[in-house]
Write a protein that binds this ligand. Structure first.
Ligand SMILES: CC(C)(COP(=O)(O)OP(=O)(O)OC[C@H]1O[C@@H](n2cnc3c(N)ncnc32)[C@H](O)[C@@H]1OP(=O)(O)O)[C@@H](O)C(=O)NCCC(=O)NCCS
Length: 145
């Protein structure tokens, strides 16, 4: 998972352009649970998550290879993780991303993605990432029927 994460981050410099932050993501891929999306055998997407409590989890990282954007890979990763977590008793899934008070157009697409996956904006704060607004989004995971 770490090698896949490193390769995908390298292909997304507009979102992941800080080498120290990328190194932390790659290190986190050695210990956090996650999913890899593949086309045949080629890894094309990754999702890492953290389980803070039995009821609450957080998406730590999502990255889909640029040539696969808008082809349903992210949707499938979210569908799978929400189903798995929901079956395991988890009820809330959060994600932190760059807030709308930052003008970056790439992250506007990222927020639109999470919104279309059912995440709601909970809070934008300047307290977590020095110099950058952090938007906390949250999604309710219903009990499986
Ligand atoms: C965000 C990301 C994971 C989404 O993955 P994806 O495979 O491209 O997304 P999907 O094709 O599954 O999109 C599902 C829906 O989300 C919405 N969406 C996705 N990207 C969007 C964009 N750029 N602008 C507007 N809406 C978007 C659409 O409603 C889309 O459905 P549609 O294509 O039928 O209209 C991917 O674009 C990515 O890796 N971005 C760079 C890294 C990043 O932002 N990571 C998250 C950091 S917090």
């Amino acid at each position: 998972m770490a090698e896949t994460t490193a390769r995908l981050l390298d292909r997304l410099p507009s979102w992941f352009g800080v080498p120290e932050a990328n190194a932390e993501y790659v290190e986190s891929a050695t210990r956090l649970p996650g999913l890899v999306a593949r086309s045949d055998t080629e890894p094309i997407g990754v999702l890492l998550y953290r389980r803070h409590f039995a009821e609450a989890a957080e998406i730590h990282l999502m990255a889909v290879a640029p040539s696969w954007h808008r082809r349903g890979v992210g949707r499938e990763l979210i569908r799978t993780i929400t189903q798995d977590l929901s079956i395991d008793g988890c009820r809330l899934l959060q994600v932190k991303t760059l807030g709308a008070t930052h003008p970056d157009p790439g992250y506007a697409g990222t927020r639109a993605f999470y919104q279309s996956m059912g995440f709601l904006p909970l809070e934008e704060t300047g307290a977590l990432w020095p110099g950058n607004p952090c938007l906390i989004m949250v999604k309710w995971l219903p009990r499986p029927s």
